[in-house]
Design a protein around this ligand. Structure first.
Ligand SMILES: C[S@@+](CC[C@H](N)C(=O)[O-])C[C@H]1O[C@@H](n2cnc3c(N)ncnc32)[C@H](O)[C@@H]1O
Ligand code: SF4
Length: 444
């Protein structure tokens, strides 16, 4: 049954961290558009900041992020100067005082920054924006690069959430992905971060990696859970060597096929549920008393470029190369190449490369897709009833026959069997999807 579903639905589908998705972004949206959009923010808005640090100590062969290895600090120091200048450029363009309710540091590895540079950047952000008293401030941590001084810098800057890249604990898997880090290192990292008062911890795990088996994954889950993270993000390895050439170090032959990936995903989820975690959306797990689980029950869970979030800010501002911002009017993305990003900043310009303005249809479809991604359900009565969605309802019929979806009047529910196929259901509402144009990673 599952094997036949996997075969039939083996398509490449976006992860829907935005709608429209990135392939729709175009260079007609530029620095001027962004400056105008920023000027329309008001005091009633709330802001979320995303800082991208595209540097790592070493390249993990599986990595799909915008990052590079830098052994010298000079390029990183120059990048920090550019980020500082970008904070100023953005702050100058915002004419009101919307509070920052959340800030997220991702990458790459923010822990690759000199602690004083992290302090400087946070100080500049606090200087130029008003942070809400209870703002969530989160940092992604590569345990191999975290130093005691960086941990102190995080404490001083008010960081209250950390996400640790764990991936897998099996040594054979770790060697095959060039990501060797011991259980003891992760344990010490979690201990040090908690000792600094940062007690909301997320771990990232990956399945679908070379040499993983159901048993090895269950062992990794048990080890991860022994460190008691509040949340876990569980990603299926996205193998896109045509976009990330270092992934060629992972030969196709050592990768599990779709059915094995599915079994690993199921085993991982089941083990986490046995340990008392709740599954959230496509790929998150949280303790039942965690804010993410509570927010899901209250209907407030959101999805953005960092995945699932409890952040309800009305605008997201991205700082750093490749960062994506989301405003009421549309999406913007900074230049991805570090040089183009730096050149724009040096010329005193907001470093926007592309973006997309939202039409009313985009907003409606984006909202339906977000509800499905978060709650696995949507009621079309909130979107004009089923009549305007005639074509989509027809497209859902094969999924209903396969018991992936249940339709009750105007309500569409993705079943537990359908959870792994969630992106496919969302794709029904994606007016742009043309698989021959964009190449995404596997849907499962
Ligand atoms: C920016 S990294 C996290 C912080 C830090 N750089 C680290 O690796 O510890 C973001 C996360 O994305 C996930 N990730 C990266 N490349 C991926 C890929 N190709 N497929 C699935 N997940 C991936 C990993 O779980 C990784 O921890
Ligand atoms: S997974 Fe994290 S540490 Fe590894 S290369 Fe990617 S961003 Fe860097």
């Amino acid at each position: 049954m599952i094997a036949s579903l996997l075969k039939r639905y083996d398509r490449q589908i976006p992860r829907y961290t935005s709608y429209p998705t990135a392939p729709q972004f175009h260079d007609g949206i530029d620095a001027r558009t962004y400056a105008h959009w920023l000027s329309e923010l008001g005091d009633k808005d709330t802001l979320s900041l995303y800082f991208h640090v595209p540097f790592c100590a070493e390249m993990c062969w599986f990595c799909g992020c915008h990052t590079k290895v830098s052994r010298r600090y000079d390029p990183i120091a120059a990048y920090v100067r550019h980020m500082l200048a970008e904070i100023d450029l953005v702050a100058d363009a915002v004419t009101s005082s919307p509070p920052i309710t959340s800030a997220h540091w991702g990458g790459g590895s923010p822990t690759k920054l000199e602690p004083d540079d992290f302090r400087r950047l946070m100080a500049r952000a606090r200087d130029r924006f008003v942070f809400a008293e209870n703002a969530e401030i989160a940092v992604e941590i590569d345990p191999r690069t975290l130093t005691p001084d960086f941990t102190s810098a995080m404490r001083e800057a008010g960081v209250n959430r950390a996400s640790i890249g764990v991936q897998d604990f099996d040594s054979r898997v770790q060697s095959a992905i060039n990501r060797v880090q011991s259980y003891e290192l992760v344990r010490e990292t979690a201990r040090a971060v908690r000792a600094a008062g940062i007690d909301a911890l997320n771990f990232d795990l990956i399945y679908g990696l070379p040499y993983q088996t159901v048993e090895s994954i269950e062992r990794s889950v048990d080890l991860a859970v022994s460190l008691n993270p509040n949340r876990l993000s569980v990603f299926g390895y996205a193998h896109v060597p045509w976009m990330k050439s270092h992934q060629k170090m992972i030969p196709d032959e050592v990768l599990p096929d779709n059915l094995l990936r599915f079994e690993q995903r199921e085993a991982l989820g089941a083990r986490l549920v046995e340990h008392g975690y709740r599954q959230i959306g496509l790929d998150h797990f949280a303790r039942p008393d965690d804010e993410m689980a509570v927010t899901l029950d209250e209907g407030g869970l959101r999805r953005n470029f960092q995945g699932y979030t409890v952040d309800d800010a009305t605008a997201l501002i991205g700082i750093g190369a490749s960062s994506i911002g989301c405003l009421r009017q549309g999406y913007v993305q900074n230049h991805v190449p570090m040089k183009a990003y730096g050149d724009a900043i040096e010329a005193g310009q907001l470093p926007i490369a592309r973006g997309v303005a939202l039409s009313e249809d985009d907003r409606i479809r984006g909202s339906i897709i977000e509800r499905l991604m978060c709650e696995l359900a949507v009621d079309l009565s909130e979107y004009g009833g089923v009549e305007p969605w005639h074509a989509e309802m027809r497209a859902l019929e094969p999924f209903e026959d396969d018991r992936i979806v249940r339709v009750i009047g105007s309500r569409i529910e993705v079943t537990e069997l359908g959870r792994p196929f969630l992106r496919l259901i969302c794709a029904v509402f994606d007016a742009y999807l043309a698989p021959e144009i964009a190449r995404y990673s596997q849907a499962i």
